[in-house]
Design a protein around this ligand. Structure first.
Ligand code: GLU
Length: 290
């Protein structure tokens, strides 16, 4: 049987809080109970929002909680060249196009359109720059206009064909390649995006079981698409419910008293914090969508 490899992949944009500690515990527990490998990966591709001090405190909190990981921590910002090569492959296949739209332009375009396509997080990119001519793209690049790169989801869906993935609770899920529209595959400031680097890293690191919150389920459709396009084996998924407070509200980075640091400073032990997370997970989970 294949050995289990799980990972916890926080973005260092804030302190570790009870919800993300639960996520980390899930990956750690699944690896440890199977005698497998638990990896920690720092997803710091959003170089403006990510901070080293948060990375340091997240890693210190994991250690304090006793969630020990195997091997070196992989920091995505040190692997831009790797993601850039994969991006080039997709580009050479004609699946990527430059988008020059500002946020405000996208919003205007959506407001002006009677039937803007919608995704799980609201309106999708309306595809404005997909239709630019080769010359116009060249001119705008030559003029130094800022750009990001988007995946042409129609072309990608055609090339990938049908695909699916497995979630432990939800079962077999057919991939929906258009769910997130023409999503950003490389941000304005880096040769990658969350979707691209997660897919590449889960593959390169041999992750067999991805444990993460159910809020990321729409992204899994997109990761499945990239896996199919790139010829990567799809890992198994265990999307877990999100912890909520007694009123049903999700724990988030803004809830200061829910940070592991605050709990530690209040005198709680690591075991008590883990118990609190597991207790909340049992009692007050937001329901899984079907
Ligand atoms: N970096 C992502 C986050 O912090 C992780 C999502 C994932 O596990 O793929 O939300």
């Amino acid at each position: 049987m294949m050995s289990v490899v799980t990972r916890f992949a926080p973005s260092p944009t804030g302190e570790l809080h009870l919800g993300s500690a639960y996520s980390a515990w899930t990956g750690w527990h699944r690896a440890r109970e199977a005698g497998g490998t638990f990896l920690v990966r720092i997803e710091d591709t959003d170089i403006r929002r990510c901070k080293r001090e948060y990375e340091t405190s997240i890693l210190a909190d994991l250690k304090w909680l006793g969630l020990d990981w195997d091997g070196e921590v992989r920091r995505q910002s040190e692997h831009f060249a790797t993601y850039g090569k994969v991006l080039d492959q997709l580009d050479q296949r004609g699946l990527v196009y430059p988008c020059f739209c500002s946020r405000a332009e996208i919003e205007r375009e959506i407001a002006a359109s009677a039937n803007a396509p919608h995704g799980p997080d609201g309106p999708l990119y309306p595809g404005t720059c997909r239709h630019l001519s080769v010359q116009e793209r060249r001119d705008r690049i030559a003029a130094g206009q800022e750009l990001c790169l988007r995946l042409d989801c129609e072309g990608a869906a055609r090339e990938a064909g049908p695909y699916h993935f497995f979630d432990e609770s939800l079962g077999r899920i057919e991939g929906q390649p258009r769910l997130m529209g023409d999503f950003v595959i490389a941000r304005k400031d880096t040769p990658t995006s969350y979707h691209l680097s997660v897919t590449v890293d889960d593959h390169l690191q041999g992750v067999t079981l991805v444990t993460r919150g159910i809020d990321v389920l729409p992204s899994t459709h997109v990761h499945g698409l990239l896996q199919k396009l790139l010829g990567y084996a799809a890992p198994q998924y265990a999307h877990h419910r999100l912890l909520t407070d007694a009123t049903g509200r999700r724990f988030a980075k803004r809830d200061r008293d829910m940070t592991i640091r605050a709990m530690r400073e209040s005198g709680m032990s690591a075991v008590e914090v883990i118990d609190k997370a597991l207790d909340a997970a049992e009692k007050r989970q937001a329901p899984l969508p079907r």
